[in-house]
Ligand binder design. Sequence first.
Ligand code: LLP
Length: 428
Amino acid sequence: SRTVRRNEDGVATVAGIEVTRLAEEFGTPAYFLDEADFRARCRAWADAFGKDADVFYAGKAFLSRAVVRWLHEEGLNLDVCSGGELATALAAGMPAERIAFHGNNKSAREIERAVSAGVGRIVLDSFQEIVQVAHIAQRLGRRQPVQIRVTVGVEAHTHEFIATAHEDQKFGIALADGQAAEAVRRALKLDGIELIGIHSHIGSQIFDMAGFEVSARRVVQLLAEVRDEHGVELPEIDLGGGLGIAYTSEDDPREPHDIAKALSDIVTRECESAGLRTPRISVEPGRAIVGPTAFTLYEVGTIKPLEGLRTYVSVDGGMSDNIRTALYDAEYSVALVSRRSDAEAMLTRVVGKHCESGDIVVRDAFLPADLAPGDLIAVPATGAYCRSMASNYNHALRPPVVAVRDGEARVLVRRETEEDLLRLDVGH
Ligand code: LLP
């Protein structure tokens, strides 16, 4: 990450603090998040999209009260997808009208909470939910702004588990067979909701804009059909998140400015040809904002050379703090950060301490051949979907998230303790 530098002893520093000092103070494994970098990325997205578009940070990537405050201060909105994320957002003072509420199976309680709080939009994910949200809002004496999430039928070029716009999966309502048009018909009839737009999210860790093009084109077609049938021009479209980041040196992500321009050009062009006013565009990047801002620091433990194969390097965390390699075959890089080494490189696999052979953090990694127990290694780009998907598997204590800024470090989310685990264990 561009935020990590080396001093003359080869020790990495972040925001002016040596990582060896961070390890002493906060222990390992731990996530360290560069606040200035996070804020800079928020600003880059907000500036790129400008006044006529909205950026919603996807809280599922990583959320804490400090993060909510930073988003608020940097002018971003927030996408939440559960009652827990909503509670965090509200507790940290995010104005409700800047919150979008997602989810394919929102509970009645969650919907009531979101409507009562006055969230800016609820993204409807099924026919069932159109009616349910309308009834709840009506009972609460509200008219809830909503978008309908559609699946546009594109195959995003990414891992199967994180592609979401093909038809055989649980999210949204298909554009195919007039289903989305039928959803709009029903939504427009209900008093409790105000249909303000259409939503499409095609998947995650995507570099190619082609999927977004198809998605935007099909959503605009739907807007044109809605205009023809009902005489209303829906004012908003949301194209979701999913913009890729660099996990290894092979990944080449686009800048927010490029992405904003590409999306706005497509939507404008399609709307012109359909004779529609250009709707307000919104996007929901999670990974692209928080992913690159954090790294995980581990301490090396057991080192096991396997003759003719590779050397297995075990660290003090693993799939409980980063499930992405096991779940999606995700790629990461790793570097020795606690000292300088001029030793030659050896092929390693960085693995965790869990009771599974699939407990891999970095599948193929070169590390110096003089690597020794007690060395600290860092895995960059772990800001998104690592702490937020962390587990207590094998009763691992989930690591802290420490924000670093201008030579100072402070805990955003503390490390769990054994008491935390025992507190959940209420049977005798
Ligand atoms: N909007 C919606 C409706 C989403 O479902 C998601 C991600 C996002 C925005 C944000 O996507 P991003 O810009 O962060 O890629 N846990 C997986 C990815 C699944 C994400 C699910 N939804 C991972 O670790 O890669």
